[in-house]
Write a protein that binds this ligand. Structure first.
Ligand code: AKB
Length: 316
């Protein structure tokens, strides 16, 4: 059976780039992009697009039947900072959209699911440096609690009902072409824009707050890879640790200064500082490397060159 893909949340930060990549790989007619609204004109106009509410089981079921979908990528979610402002809705969206696709897969209507988890599943009691795959997990944010719970359900549906669900714990994602959507790691995108437009940047995280980060191209590569490997390679059915690089606001500012010597940074930590302080500073992703051959292409240095080049070429 040919692969037919439904992406729920196709207009978001990851969804946009994932949709473009999947359309290239599988062909435009085999990738159905969907979102709650027509939020991104390229995604809407350059292929098949459907308006869908990730909380509406019947709408999703209808699309699965209409397009004979095999694989679903569920990218709709409220991220960490936004979720803290609206805990009840974050819990509803992040959990019930997952239950819908897990139950549709259990009913035999989806063959394979991709569901993103996050470094937010870890908490203040987790070892912060080189955080292992298996460790203490006591998330203290609404977003983290929803992702941790989701991981448990993914593993449960796999073990009890044979649902082929695959997942990655994304770190902070950095892209020149799509804006981030309400996360704690968003500063690491904004800093590049401000370096070019203003020559200075005010960080909402303090100088020495280290966090795991990844260039979007690597995140998309990992997502496509984990969905393409044979099922037996995916040994972890909660979610895989995944690492690209780790840096603090001060370190990324130093890297940017290599390109803009006059660039300056100052620090005004806000409520997101507490979230960042509860998360790992770096991640051990050896299980992903071993099980399905994960390897990152980008570090802070080559990502910075690419970000500045692409932003100058395409945006400014
Ligand atoms: C966020 O900051 O909420 C996200 C994440 C790390 O999952 N980027």
């Amino acid at each position: 059976m040919d692969t037919k893909i439904l992406i729920i949340g196709a207009c978001g930060q990851i969804g946009t780039e994932l949709t473009n990549k999947l359309r290239t790989i599988y062909g435009k007619d085999n990738v159905i992009a969907s979102d709650i609204r027509k939020l991104n004109t390229d995604i809407v106009n350059e292929g098949i697009f459907e308006v869908v509410n990730a909380l509406d089981y019947n709408q999703i079921e209808h699309l699965l039947e209409k397009y004979q979908i095999t694989d679903v990528y569920l990218m709709a979610a409220l991220l960490s900072a936004t979720a803290e402002k609206n805990p009840a809705f974050a819990w509803d969206l992040n959990m019930n959209s997952l239950f819908h696709v897990l139950n549709l897969a259990k009913a035999g209507k989806i063959k394979k699911i991709f569901w993103p988890s996050s470094i937010a599943v870890f908490g203040p009691t987790t070892p912060r440096e080189n955080t292992p795959q298996y460790t203490i997990m006591e998330p203290s944010t609404v977003y983290g609690i929803s992702k941790q719970t989701g991981e448990r359900w993914c593993e449960y549906y796999h073990k009890q009902y044979g649902v082929d669900v695959r997942s990655i714990r994304y770190p902070g994602l950095i892209s020149w072409s799509t804006p981030p959507g309400g996360g704690t790691t968003d500063y690491a995108v904004d800093i590049y824009h401000k370096a070019i437009t203003d020559g200075k940047f005010t960080s909402f995280l303090s100088e020495n707050t280290g966090l795991p980060m990844m260039y979007m191209d690597d995140a998309i590569k990992a997502t496509v890879n984990i969905m393409q490997v044979p099922s037996e390679n995916v040994k972890i059915r909660s979610s895989y640790n995944l690492s690209g690089m780790s840096f603090t606001p001060a370190e990324i500012a130093e890297e940017i200064k290599k390109h803009f010597p006059d660039f300056t940074i100052d620090y005004e930590p806000d409520f997101r500082q507490k979230i960042a302080d509860s998360w790992p500073a770096s991640i051990d992703d050896s299980e992903a490397r071993k099980d399905w051959g994960w390897k990152n292409d980008f570090d802070m240095e080559n990502m910075t060159v690419e970000m500045i080049t692409k932003l100058k070429e395409n945006i400014y």
